[in-house]
Design a binder for this molecule. Structure first.
Ligand SMILES: Nc1ncnc2c1ncn2[C@@H]1O[C@H](COP(=O)(O)OP(=O)(O)OP(=O)(O)O)[C@@H](O)[C@H]1O
Length: 824
């Protein structure tokens, strides 16, 4: 008994501290429950595991719950596939090496970039400052709302007591006065939150874009990776969502926490005797019900990741249709495109249907628990001082004011708890976006990693403006397919190389390796591997320039920028010392070589039309410079032939040492093609070209011929000799085309005759017929024919001297036995 009374005494003595510390403990354990989650960690682990398997390339994986994809299944299938592929000889030879390299890099990245997004944000001083200001403002707002709660209680109390003078005094003197700082603080919080979001957006976008476009290889490889459909969303939507959610997180986290701590402390120290214990009991109710809510809470991280992936896929299909509008329209492919769009949209809708159903159950339960159960518990707590009035309330205390204040405090606390539960949802959703961005960051890291972009260990890579040397270099696609086992050739500046071979043999792949898009692999037979390639630029001079079949036309750039691409205007100014008219004259000269002067006049006409609406003087002249300043949708408005000529103009502008021409004149006339090639050679550019037209062969003195089976031939090339042999070959082919059917028919006839002869011979032996010499007239009666239905042609018999005797014998025997010829 003594012990109990001692405990009670101790409790009464330290009641406030005990209640406060228990409440803080309860609050933090509730808070801890928000950030942790078994299913979330599982999702994170699964994403990590998947990244390891794919060597940092995220695939469209998915939730098992929704039955669309199973990422774990994918993992095992991929692992199995890669091990199977290893056994298939040349194909996918490099998979194992890539996988190991990926694993190694992944470990390194994990170590270096744990929460790189958070680290990026926390490094920014402006963000830290805004964060602190936001925190101070939030504390101020909470203190102000406590004051508002007290004033509320006093106003209602004066109303109930019909004390009008007090009512007016509090209303005007306190309430309205308090409204000014309260509103200002609220507006300031909204402002700093948005500013914070913008700052985060700026930091992340700059970081990601810098990494994405760090070099030619990174964005090429990222765009070619399996997550290409998500890149656009990662760079825009995901960063936006991440910034907005992160910036409002402090608001969502700090406000309810401060509200809860301050309101509950106030309630705990309330004059009413059981209010403190009641508040603690309420905290316990909240804790338990929150644990129950967790049982039915869907995994928002997984949901947002899955939905974002599906949305990205749907969006990428739309962009695909948009980008290839002409091709699809001309082929009447709209119904096919509609089917795939419909299918991906159907999948998305199906997923969203299931998602909203899951959310509905959770929303129903959380709304009932937060609003009504906790509300009822709060009201019970407020009613304690009223129901036990006689026993526990001191006479001079204001019951109404206390009730209203307590109720308001409880309402604030309850609202804060509700926000806490919502916060959990936000944290999980933020985690989903964070994971997507993290994967994207890892993907960028893996491709911009110098280790990965460098050639294989053991490959000697040198740069020389004046030559290209390939020594024992295999042509291997990123998928591991070996196109050429070992390529050896050397080309000096001044030489011109022609590359020929069947489709898909690896002609363009050679350029991809030369251009550094694909890494240089070590010899598959362990021979020393060496590559000497021209650097893209050397001492401000262009060493190598690539012209693909479909030229790239930047959209809505000026005409000048089109011609000087990839140079910038600053580089153009530097080259012509800021003298635009000199620069433009140079460009005009290049254009006239390619008979593209019309484009300048066309641009001028367009400038005039555009200007006629804006200019006051109707007949004002147009400067030639304006024609070069004009912006148009070049890829849409120019024909492919003109685009190819414009691309050649770029090459003339840059005057490279080597030019790689990959069927880049396929859409221009043969005369123009000759002019283009000869001008390029006159400018001193060595040509490395793939062209199917024999009319261009005479521009080359070396030939690299791929046979399409992994072999090749390289050597000096005499176009005239080659063309002569080519012509001879063509003649022979024509001859063969004409004669072969005739010879085939003759052979067929002879075969039939031979077979008929064998049969007749055996029949004659059976019937022991007389010899043809005994009856010579029979030879003229039945002609040589493999088919009795054919008209009789005696001349055939006389022509076929070699078989005559046999024929005569057999026809004679046929007549005698009357055997049907058709039956042969
Ligand atoms: N990014 C890539 N990833 C994997 N494989 C590729 C890639 N690009 C091309 N390939 C494969 O490499 C092979 C050679 O392609 P390449 O483009 O070099 O052929 P090509 O000789 O230029 O053919 P064409 O004359 O038709 O242009 C093809 O089988 C192609 O499927």
């Amino acid at each position: 008994m003594m012990a109990v009374s001692e405990v009670l005494f101790l409790y009464r003595r330290h009641r406030q501290n005990i209640l406060r510390s228990s409440y803080v403990l309860l609050l933090f354990s509730t808070l801890y429950g928000l950030s942790s989650g078994k299913s979330t960690s599982k999702a994170v682990d699964r994403v990590r595991k998947r990244d390891d398997i794919h060597g940092n390339e995220t695939e469209v994986g998915g939730s098992d719950d929704f039955g669309t994809y199973s990422s774990s299944d994918n993992d095992s299938t991929n692992e199995k596939q890669s091990s199977e592929n290893e056994n298939e000889g040349g194909i996918n030879l490099y998979d194992k090496r890539n996988y190991d390299k990926g694993q190694h890099l992944r470990k390194k990245h994990n170590h270096r970039h744990i929460d790189f997004l958070i680290r990026l944000i926390l490094r920014d001083k402006k963000f830290i400052m805004l964060f602190l200001i936001q925190a101070i403002l939030l504390v101020t707002r909470t203190l102000l709302s406590l004051r508002v709660a007290t004033l509320d209680g006093r106003i209602v109390s004066s109303l109930v007591k019909a004390n009008y003078s007090k009512f007016i005094k509090i209303l005007l003197g306190n309430w309205m006065l308090l409204g000014i700082p309260a509103s200002f603080v609220n507006a300031l919080i909204a402002y700093t939150t948005k500013w914070c979001s913008l700052t985060i957006n700026k930091i992340l976008t700059t970081y990601m874009l810098d990494k994405y476009l760090v070099d030619h290889r990174t964005f090429y490889s990222v765009t070619a990776s399996s997550t290409a459909s998500e890149v656009q969303d990662n760079l825009t939507k995901d960063i936006g969502t991440f910034s907005n959610t992160t910036s409002s997180l402090l608001n969502q986290l700090l406000k309810p926490m401060l509200d809860l701590i301050l309101c509950s402390f106030r309630l705990l120290s309330s004059s009413s005797s059981f209010m403190g214990e009641g508040t603690l009991a309420l905290g316990l109710v909240v804790y338990v019900s929150n644990r129950l809510l967790r049982l039915i809470q869907p995994n928002f991280t997984k949901l947002i990741m899955k939905r974002s992936t599906m949305e990205s896929w749907f969006r990428s299909l739309h962009s695909h249709v948009h980008l290839n509008n002409e091709e699809i329209a001309i082929m009447r492919g709209e119904s096919r495109e509609l089917a795939s769009l419909d299918y991906s949209f159907y999948e998305l809708v199906l997923f969203m249907n299931r998602e909203i159903k899951k959310r509905f159950i959770y929303d129903f339960a959380s709304s009932f628990i937060i609003k009504y159960s906790w509300g009822a518990a709060g009201l019970v707590l407020c009613s304690i001082p009223i129901f036990f009035k006689d026993k526990i309330i001191v006479a001079d205390e204001d019951v109404t004011a206390d009730f209203i204040t307590n109720r308001r405090l409880l309402m604030t606390a309850s609202g804060s708890l509700g926000r806490f539960v919502e916060l959990k949802k936000s944290i999980q959703q933020l985690r989903g976006v964070w994971l997507r961005l993290k994967n994207f960051g890892d993907l960028l890291d893996s491709y911009s990693d110098p280790q990965k972009s460098r050639p294989d260990d053991g490959v000697i890579l040198e740069y020389d403006q004046k030559k290209i040397i390939f020594e024992n270099i295999p042509l291997v696609t990123p998928a591991g397919q070996v196109l050429i086992w070992e390529l050896n050739f050397e080309l000096k500046q001044g030489d011109h190389l022609l590359i020929i071979g069947p489709n898909g043999c690896g002609k363009s792949s050679l350029f991809r390796i030369l251009g550094g898009l694909w890494p240089i692999r070590l010899s598959l037979e362990g021979k020393p591997t060496r590559a000497v390639i021209p650097p893209s630029m050397s001492n401000d001079e262009c060493s190598i320039f690539y012209l693909p079949q479909k030229p790239y036309m930047g959209s809505m750039t000026t005409f000048r920028e089109q011609i000087i691409y990839p140079d910038t205007i600053a580089q153009f100014e530097k080259r012509f010392h800021g003298n635009y008219s000199k620069g433009d004259k140079h460009l005009a000269k290049i254009l006239s070589t390619l008979e593209l002067e019309d484009l300048i006049s066309e641009n001028m006409a367009l400038v005039m039309v555009n200007a006629s609406d804006n200019r006051e003087e109707a007949n004002s002249s147009v400067e030639p410079r304006e024609a070069f300043d004009l912006k148009r949708n070049w890829s849409e408005e120019l024909s492919i032939g003109i685009q190819q000529r414009l691309a050649m103009a770029r090459m003339y502008y840059h005057r490279p040492k080597f030019a790689v021409l990959d069927e880049c004149t396929s859409a221009v006339s043969p005369e123009m093609e000759q002019k283009m090639y000869s001008t390029a050679q006159r400018l001193g550019t060595s040509l490395v070209s793939v062209c199917h037209r024999t009319s261009l062969w005479h521009f080359h003195n070396y030939l690299l011929k791929f046979d399409g089976k992994g072999g090749y031939r390289f050597g000096k090339f005499d176009p005239e000799e080659r063309l002569a042999s080519e012509n001879k070959l063509m003649e022979l082919n024509t001859l063969l085309d004409q004669r072969v059917p005739m010879w085939e028919k003759r052979l067929k006839d002879l075969m039939v005759v031979r077979r008929s002869n064998v049969i007749r011979k055996s029949q004659s032996e059976l019937t022991q017929s007389p010899s043809p010499q005994q009856n010579p007239s029979a030879a003229t009666k039945v002609p040589f024919s493999g088919d009795q239905r054919l008209p009789v042609n005696p001349s055939v018999a006389t022509q076929s001297q070699g078989v005559n005797s046999v024929l005569l014998r057999s026809s004679d025997s046929q007549e005698k036995t009357n055997a049907p010829v058709d039956g042969i």
